[in-house]
Design a binder for this molecule. Structure first.
Ligand code: ATR
Length: 259
């Protein structure tokens, strides 16, 4: 039986095991997928003691940490300096990035055309480089970024040609993307005032349905997108990398995330 795992901290909320085990079963593949809570210091040990594992998904906050343990990187992982999918065989540890595909495909589904559009990114964590590359692929050239800790936004701005805004300031945009972790907990509040904005797109990469960010945006007359399809598409691509099969995303699969 082949083994797979998702590593992160926190990891309890991760729906990756449920989704991958469902697809393994549907596709009659002899495998098992579990989750592992790690600390930064334990990541190296995990790689050493799990050499019989075939694939690993990586979530917050280790998408950059694992770069140190990969023996090879795909072009996307190299460009984004972010790894969410690892394949292990013949002593090779190959890092890949399927978040870019996930984010891009979720917007393509909605016929989003980025030409002459302005995007506003909130946050500067591990997933932002993937979001930026996907936006560029969709034709978005003007990208603003704002983060509570400004120097993290500045570092990304330098690498990816973004414009930095002070935290709390808002710019005129077509699409705003919440890439912070605010919204994961029930009473989380970003503390930014978007109440005068309407007819724009509000995207929250958190896959929980309707964060406060999205509820408020919808109430003001904006289009909202949650992180569900991005999550499903990144997982679908990981599955395809490991098993050579593109698993189906249908109602039964989307329902798995609602239970
Ligand atoms: P990492 O930064 O380790 O990659 P992440 O979960 O991917 O972790 O990113 C968390 C993001 O949420 C960061 O942009 C963080 O801002 P800081 O860089 O200032 O820490 C943001 N964030 C977390 N809590 C926040 C809060 N209370 N207010 C505003 N932003 C917050």
């Amino acid at each position: 039986m082949k083994r797979f795992s998702v590593i992160g901290n926190p990891i309890e909320h991760s729906l990756s095991p449920k989704l991958h085990n469902y697809w393994l079963d549907k596709n009659k593949i002899d495998g098992n997928y579990d989750k592992k809570l790690l600390t930064e210091e334990k990541v190296g040990e995990f790689f050493k003691s799990n050499q019989n594992i075939s694939g690993i998904n990586v979530t917050v906050p280790f998408k950059k940490t694992v770069l140190n343990y990969c023996t090879e990187l795909s072009k996307l992982a190299l460009n984004s300096q972010s790894v969410n999918t690892i394949t292990l065989f013949d002593e090779k540890i190959i890092g890949d990035n399927t978040d870019i595909y996930g984010f891009e495909q979720s917007l393509k589904d909605l016929n989003f055309d980025g030409t002459n559009k302005t995007a506003f990114i909130l946050g500067a964590g591990g997933v932002v480089s993937s979001v930026v590359i996907a936006l560029n692929n969709l034709g978005v050239k003007n990208i603003f970024i704002s983060n509570r800790t400004k120097n993290k936004a500045e570092a990304l701005a330098k690498d990816y040609n973004l414009v930095v805004l002070d935290w709390g300031k808002i710019v005129d945009f077509n699409i705003v993307i919440n890439c912070t972790s605010i919204g994961l907990k029930p009473n989380d509040n970003l503390g930014l005032d978007f109440s005068n904005i309407k007819n724009k797109i509000f995207y929250d990469i958190i896959y929980k349905p309707k964060t406060k960010f999205l509820i408020d945006a919808e109430g003001s007359g904006n289009q909202i997108i949650d992180g569900k399809m991005m999550f499903l598409y990144q997982a679908q691509k990981s599955f395809e990398i490991w098993h050579g099969i593109k698993p189906e995303i249908n109602e039964e699969v989307t329902d798995l995330l609602n239970d």
